[in-house]
Design a protein around this ligand. Structure first.
Ligand code: WTA
Length: 653
């Protein structure tokens, strides 16, 4: 998004909510900043603790902060037992809708029973506190059941998005040393079965830690079951017995709850580690502040549980609040382009938490798909994952929200555990601006810095930072504390560096401007350009590779790869297709590049560093700028010529 065109002065106070000044929110924020410890001691009461904590925040060893130190709790107890013991026992926890339109529901009690059974299965397989469980599943009810069962006995889950390749899955299993893998016989994609068990089998050829594979029957397609290793989920669950109860493990607040791998600026994905107490308190309050769900709500977060949004806002936050959440396995345009609107109407969804890419896709499909349905149950709309351009925001507001519903644009990251900057309907509605995530949440001490670490003030672009710890922040990177320190706190001591550009307007509103580093957001998925480059150079034909993001009207941005070939290889459409396939098998389909541009040379500095700036300029058609450090000016021309040629080729098709 270009900062010149941001609508700083376009304000919305939707008619469904009374107009507010934002004063209450400001007071809550000030209270939290003035006395962080007191503020969180009070908020932590919303969670059930087996043993009270001794200290809200132990900051004796920054940046390794300890939240609610000494406290003991269990997240599955907070998500299930406490509702089962109280008035929500028979309330729906989940309404699940599958790709093919099947619907299943689980009350809190039913979910509790399933989680206890699976916890017993895990125990019988010898899983102990601190052991890791890898999860490679589509969005089916067994996915949250697996997470809660793992948490119940003190295990640590590591979910791998089910669209990842065997290699990506193997890397993650090897990094965390998972003992158990939970997967399925297959998943569905646009009505067609996808062989994810086969992917898991291939991954397991290069891993040694996994002792048991639990396989959920989803598609019924034929699969190999390895004797002694693979068991059917249904079989082991039946054997566990219908009425088992597994005592929830008393976890230290600081014990890890899960690892979730995400992309960074190197080829190796980062194992973001979240803790128990701080994460849960943060998940609870962020959802409450932003969406304020009540017992009447049907809350639908469209994210796959393979990503952080699904972890926090499809599992831990809604369940700890006792909300009814809708889980959806499929895609927005299958079997028709009104799938979402149909779901909302049929289930009476009241809160829709979606994504900018989906909104832009729906804009392309046309309003008629939305208008066909009665969406009057909706009361709030949300968005996440990438900057929402003002045009898409206005469309969402007008066509879906009928100019009555607030749009809760939530800025946050895998590392932050939950929302950081967002309008809050749960304190009072923050007046909205199209394309701004508005203001930092209570306790979030955000600022925007220049490269020297000076606050840039109003109206200047800089790096978004957070100056104080918050309960939902990552604890560390799995088994790599040094990398954790370096990545997030390496630039300025004790200042969390987000890696995003932002600008603050005269009202103090934050406008997020995308990543400042080599990370792309493709349809909201986080992809490291270096991962793509490593995948490309692992192909025998490729000598060097540089991957850049190119603006895309639907996906936000898409990767474009520039590659040079090893001698003996010639550019051809077949080779380009093969390289695309190679990326799909080494990373997964989400990383598929939009184009592969084969060039003779890449522009480099005299010291041999690829000049990404030049490639970016070529891509956007901007002037090349200062090329004095290029080792050979001709290579720029080379790339321009080849790229133009390729564009002509693409346009011809
Ligand atoms: C981007 C997703 C603008 C941002 C929860 C961040 C956003 C990265 C927004 C984290 C938003 C997420 N507006 N940009 N509302 N939400 N981002 O780890 O660049 O998959 O750093 O977490 O997504 O992506 P991640």
């Amino acid at each position: 998004m270009s900062e010149a065109s941001l609508p700083f002065n376009e304000k919305y106070c939707p008619s469904s909510v009374s107009v507010t000044s934002g004063e209450k929110r400001r007071q809550e924020w000030e209270k939290s900043i003035k006395n962080l410890q007191e503020f969180w001691a009070e908020k932590a009461k919303a969670i059930d603790w087996f043993k009270p904590f001794d200290k809200v925040l132990d900051d004796s060893n920054p940046p390794f902060y300890k939240w609610f130190a000494g406290g003991e709790l269990n997240v599955s107890y907070n998500a299930l037992d406490r509702h089962v013991k109280a008035h929500r026992k028979n309330k729906l926890a989940y309404i699940w809708e599958g790709e093919m339109g099947e619907v299943k529901t689980y009350t809190y009690y039913q979910l509790y029973r399933e989680v206890n059974k699976l916890a017993k299965v895990f125990k019988d397989f010898g899983l102990k506190k601190g052991d890791r469980v890898a999860v490679f599943l589509p969005v089916i009810p067994e996915l949250p059941i697996t997470l809660l069962a793992t948490a119940r006995i003190g295990g640590i889950h590591a979910v791998v998005f089910s669209g990842f390749s065997a290699e990506a899955l193997a890397d993650r299993i090897n990094d965390c040393g998972a003992k158990i893998l939970v997967t399925a016989d297959g998943s569905f994609r646009r009505g067609k079965p996808v062989a994810i068990k086969e992917t898991a089998d291939r991954a397991l050829l290069t891993t040694t830690s996994v002792e048991k594979v639990i396989v959920v029957k989803r598609t019924g397609q034929p699969i190999q079951m390895k004797e002694g290793r693979d068991v059917w989920y249904d079989d082991v669950m039946t054997k566990a017995g219908a009425n088992v109860y597994v005592e929830p493990e008393h976890m230290q607040s600081t014990d890890p709850l899960f690892i979730l791998y995400t992309s960074g600026t190197t080829g190796k994905p980062k194992g973001v580690q979240h803790g128990t107490g701080g994460y849960l308190v943060w998940a609870y309050w962020t959802l409450k502040w932003a969406f304020n769900p009540s017992d009447e709500d049907i809350y639908w977060c469209v994210a796959d549980i393979g990503w952080i949004t699904g972890h926090t806002y499809n599992v831990y936050a809604p369940l700890s609040l006792g909300v009814t959440a809708l889980l959806f396995e499929g895609t927005p345009d299958y079997p028709a382009q009104d799938r979402w609107w149909d779901i909302i109407e049929r289930h009476g969804v009241t809160i829709l938490y979606g994504t900018p890419t989906a909104v832009r896709m729906f804009m392309k499909f046309g309003e008629q798909w939305v208008l066909k349905h009665d969406l009057s149950s909706l009361r709030l709309l949300g968005t996440v994952g990438e900057p929402i351009n003002p045009e898409a925001w206005r469309w969402y507001y007008r066509v879906v929200g009928k100019e009555k519903l607030p749009i809760i644009d939530t800025w946050w990251q895998t590392e932050t555990g939950g929302f950081m900057i967002a309008p809050l309907s749960g304190i009072e509605l923050t007046p909205l601006k199209p394309g701004s995530a508005t203001l930092p949440l209570p306790a979030i001490n955000a600022d925007i810095y220049d490269e020297k670490g000076q606050s840039v003030g109003t109206g200047n672009k800089g790096l978004l930072v957070v100056k104080s710890p918050w309960p939902g922040m990552l604890q560390t990177l799995w088994k790599d504390p040094e990398r954790f320190k370096q990545t997030y706190f390496g630039k300025w001591a004790n200042i969390y560096c987000t890696g995003d550009y932002a600008i603050k307007d005269p009202d103090g509103y934050y406008w997020l401007l995308g990543r400042a580093d080599e990370v792309l957001k493709v349809a909201g998925h986080r992809i490291g350009t270096v991962e793509l480059e490593s995948a490309l150079v692992s192909h025998p034909a490729v000598s060097e590779a540089a991957v850049m993001g190119k603006e895309d009207s639907v996906k936000g941005e898409v990767p474009v790869a520039f590659v040079t070939l090893r001698s003996g290889f010639q550019p051809s459409d077949e080779l380009r297709a093969e390289l695309v396939k190679h990326i799909r098998t080494t990373i997964g389909p989400i990383a598929t590049p939009d184009a592969i541009v084969i060039v003779n040379k890449l522009p480099k500095t005299r010291s041999g560093k690829i000049m990404r700036r030049i490639l970016k300029a070529v891509l956007v058609g901007a002037p090349i700028g200062d090329v004095s450090t290029l080792e050979d000016d001709a290579s720029v021309e080379d790339i321009k010529v080849t790229y133009e040629e390729l564009r002509r080729q693409i346009n011809k098709k």
